[in-house]
Design a protein around this ligand. Structure first.
Ligand SMILES: NC(=O)c1ccc[n+]([C@@H]2O[C@H](COP(=O)([O-])OP(=O)(O)OC[C@H]3O[C@@H](n4cnc5c(N)ncnc54)[C@H](OP(=O)(O)O)[C@@H]3O)[C@@H](O)[C@H]2O)c1
Length: 282
């Protein structure tokens, strides 16, 4: 992995699982890391953990709830006031919700947080990434995108909600976003790629209020990758020289991999971009 001295990185969902592992590793490589988290309490705990594990004091916490357009907007404003550069944005935060939930703006939570929140955040930070010597965006998607469709007739799944359908839609969204953004960034120095981290033992799917899902996680843990192993490709794309050489691709285990037919559909990517802009009111 490359030296990150002098570089500044934002990691979303940085207080748990792969976001925390990514924060620690990039800090060890010399980066200044801003942990974008929705919960002050979980964020503070993770900040202490990240500083202790990396031996770096150049890690800060900033609050950002990706389930609220207003919160994203004020995070981006505050960031631009406090920091004068951004080299890497790791769009890592994600939710899996067994029951249908909505964000503050009324979006179904998985497409709302996993995609639309990151769509707006990236938009708001793009000028700063363009001003960096070599800006990079890493979108954490999933192999689950392969089962995904964009349900234009009912994107927020008000009828016939099911978790697999919603999660797969949101992870397909991450790849379509990556593809269209790479096209729009042609001629700039900013690259954008997506990753599938593998099956990783984290808190994903565990209800933060009730703890529901913890026992399943404990049972399956021996079969999962560690958060650090899962985060390896995102860290590679964020920090290595080779990782900055490609754009618009989907990576598994540090190598470009094939996406589903729908994820490779340029027309769909362009139509979905327009839909996303409308949702976040751009
Ligand atoms: N684990 C796997 O097997 C796997 C496989 C493929 C892809 N992925 C992807 O990997 C990424 C990281 O997930 P993980 O497995 O590391 O799960 P995790 O341990 O549950 O971490 C998810 C992070 O996202 C944050 N988050 C959730 N909702 C948010 C919101 N509204 N605003 C800001 N942050 C929010 C969480 O914060 P709180 O702690 O406050 O909830 C947490 O920090 C996700 O995009 C996921 O889809 C995971």
């Amino acid at each position: 992995m490359g030296n990150m001295d002098g570089k500044t990185v934002i990691v979303t969902g940085a207080n748990s699982g792969m976001g925390l592992a990514t924060t620690i590793e990039l800090a060890k490589l010399g980066a200044k890391v801003i942990m974008a988290c929705r919960s002050e309490e979980r964020g503070r705990q993770a900040l202490e953990q990240a500083r202790a594990a990396s031996g770096s004091t150049a890690i800060e916490l900033m609050l950002c709830d990706l389930g609220s357009l207003a919160s994203i907007r004020s995070f981006a404003e505050a960031y631009k006031e406090q920091y004068d550069r951004l080299d890497v944005l790791v769009n890592n935060a994600g939710v899996i919700s067994l029951k249908r939930k909505t964000t503050k703006d009324g979006f179904e939570s998985m497409i709302g947080v996993n995609h639309l929140g990151h769509f707006l955040l990236t938009h708001d930070l793009l000028e700063m990434l363009k001003a960096a010597p070599q800006g990079r965006i890493v979108n954490v998607s999933s192999g689950a995108h392969k089962a995904g469709h964009i349900h234009f007739n009912d994107p927020f799944l008000t009828k016939g909600y099911n978790v697999a359908k919603g999660y797969a839609q949101s992870k397909l969204a991450n790849i379509l976003f990556t593809k269209e953004l790479a096209k729009r960034l042609a001629g700039t120095k900013v690259t954008v790629n997506s990753v599938h981290p593998g099956a990783v033992g984290t808190n994903i799917g565990v209800d933060r209020n009730t703890g529901f899902g913890k026992s399943v996680l404990r049972m399956l843990k021996p079969f999962f990758r560690s958060p650090l192993k899962g985060a390896d490709t995102a860290i590679y794309l964020a920090s290595s020289e080779e990782g900055g050489a490609s754009t618009g691709l989907y990576f598994i285990d540090r190598k470009p991999a094939q996406v589903s037919k729908r994820a490779a559909d340029s027309e769909l990517a362009s139509k979905f971009w327009t839909w996303s802009e409308q949702q976040v009111r751009l």
